[in-house]
Design a protein around this ligand. Sequence first.
Ligand SMILES: CC(C)(COP(=O)(O)OP(=O)(O)OC[C@H]1O[C@@H](n2cnc3c(N)ncnc32)[C@H](O)[C@@H]1OP(=O)(O)O)[C@@H](O)C(=O)NCCC(=O)NCCS
Length: 348
Amino acid sequence: MSRTLQAAPTAGFSRILALGGARGAGSTPNEDLVAPIDSSDEWIRRRTGIVTRRRAPRDEHVEDLAERAGRRAVEAAGIDPADIDVVIAATVSWMQPTPAMAPIVAARIGASPSAAAYDINAGCAGYCYGIGQADAMIRAGAARHVLVIGAEKLSDYADPTDRTISFIIADGAGAAVVGPADQPGIGPTVWGSDGSHADVITMTHTWLDVKHAEAGSPVPWPTARQQGPSVYRWAIAQMPKVARQAIDAAGLDPSDIDVFIPHQANLRIIEELGARIGMRDDVVVAQDIVDTGNTSAASVPLAAERLLREGTARAGQLALQFGFGAGLAYAAQVVRLPEAVSAAAGEE
Ligand SMILES: CC(C)(COP(=O)(O)OP(=O)(O)OC[C@H]1O[C@@H](n2cnc3c(N)ncnc32)[C@H](O)[C@@H]1OP(=O)(O)O)[C@@H](O)C(=O)NCCC(=O)NCCS
């Protein structure tokens, strides 16, 4: 007798249940960085909005930040860590190709001993990629509680003499517990990439360059670089379209958006994108960039947890969130903000 192949039963909707964050323990103001790049506090504030950025000391690692943010999100969600059945870690700054960071963090926080755990590298879009995956997994019946963590220690990739990106980057982690829901809490994810322009945000060298360096002329530690004006123009041209597609796919209009949480790359970009999307004048705009800096995959969840923790945004509001960056990867979705947020990041 032939049997019929069964698919996993699909399961309703998903929503973000809780958020948590952790920022690098130190704060590095503009003044500390300007001398080797012939810049000034005034230039950096005017061109990027950044006043200071959070940086982790040498003995605080990216997995420590990820663990702290993840633990806080799970505690705020009020669920047993053992009920987390998938851990997704979005990062560009985990320093070893294998094993991945996510299984290590899953074990540290006490996730289900059989939790699936894996890293994704989608640059500054990584967290929003992860939220899209978590939503799809839960609705498809492949998972019940997914912990999505964006975590970076970007200061390891900073070159104090680089004028293009090093003065922007920072360290931190933000995490979301995504779980089942009766009503939609996460709208469709609009995502993509354009690898034909992968050179506009990249590294000075690859590990193979280091390996194959000529004897007597070692290749220096690889650090990050960007073609800032090209990235700026691309973000301004591309992201308003992507944002409107995500709003449309969620069955909404820009005027329905209460809270705007874009990748925290540059305050000028944030303001220009906001104006081009056409949201209401009273939309709450995340500005965590000003004193946290650019934490790549961690920037959207850190900005979100702060808005909720400080009461600038409220549970139940509709937030447009998106990330964009290296690989020219991008992802956007509309989410309903959760009721639970860890207070702990406010004490750091
Ligand atoms: C990096 C960035 C802040 C540079 O700002 P910008 O306004 O584009 O600056 P430009 O590169 O056009 O340079 C303008 C002037 O400032 C100077 N300059 C560039 N970097 C400088 C720095 N760090 N400090 C002081 N002056 C600087 C340039 O030499 C140039 O001088 P000139 O007018 O005399 O020729 C900006 O391009 C940016 O934020 N880009 C997008 C970043 C982003 O979104 N990344 C996404 C993923 S992380």
